[in-house]
Design a protein around this ligand. Structure first.
Ligand code: HEC
Length: 164
């Protein structure tokens, strides 16, 4: 056999030798892509509550934060945090990945600029508790360890919405 024929045959053999494993790999990559697409849709329709969210505060902190939030913040940000005169403090627009917010960025706004009418007027503890309540409303679970002012001021954990 000479030249072209051998080339054709070896090309053929090369193709034939790609199989089983490579074909299986290709198939599983395609399946993974299809799955990811499906999951994306499923996530849009029905994200799992708190899935993948870190526990950063205690239930007690969030509970105390709820009280202060209702007194000091709800007037502008609404009792359900969905926004009124001030923007929503929960949900996919507040926590859009495209904003690239870290928790410390949001906490800085809370502790330095809010309440808008008297910035910085609450105690460190109250700000941390309100932050816990905001996180709870974005699907972060309560855990065993209390969040501290220091920690949350530095937290590089990305802001996300994990709810519903
Ligand atoms: C008098 C109305 C008012 C009160 C009370 C108030 N806010 Fe705000 N808040 C605003 C407004 C208006 C903005 C938007 C400011 C801007 O975009 O420059 C804002 C912005 C924010 C943001 C930034 C949101 C974002 O997506 O960038 C956070 C977080 C926030 N407020 C938290 C709080 C918390 C917590 C309290 C209570 C301690 C509070 N605010 C009290 C009016 C208020």
């Amino acid at each position: 056999m000479s030249g072209p024929a051998r080339a054709a045959r070896s090309r053929h053999r090369r193709d034939a030798s790609v199989p089983p494993r490579a074909r299986a790999a290709r198939a599983s990559i395609l399946a993974a892509i299809a799955d990811a697409a499906k999951n994306d849709c499923a996530a849009d329709a029905k994200p799992k509550k708190g899935k993948g969210a870190p526990a950063l505060f205690t239930a007690e902190q969030a509970e105390l934060g709820k009280k202060t939030y209702e007194e000091k913040c709800a007037f502008c940000h609404a009792p359900d945090l969905n926004g009124r005169a001030g923007p929503a403090l929960r949900g996919k627009f507040f926590a859009a990945p495209s904003h690239g917010y870290k928790l410390r960025d949001i906490f800085k706004i809370v502790a330095e600029n809010m309440p808008a009418t008297s910035p910085g007027s609450l105690s460190h503890e109250e700000y941390v508790q309100i932050m816990a309540y905001i996180l709870l409303n974005n699907g972060y679970p309560a855990g065993d360890a209390a969040m501290t002012f220091e920690e949350i001021s530095r937290s590089k954990v990305p802001l996300r919405f994990y709810e519903e």
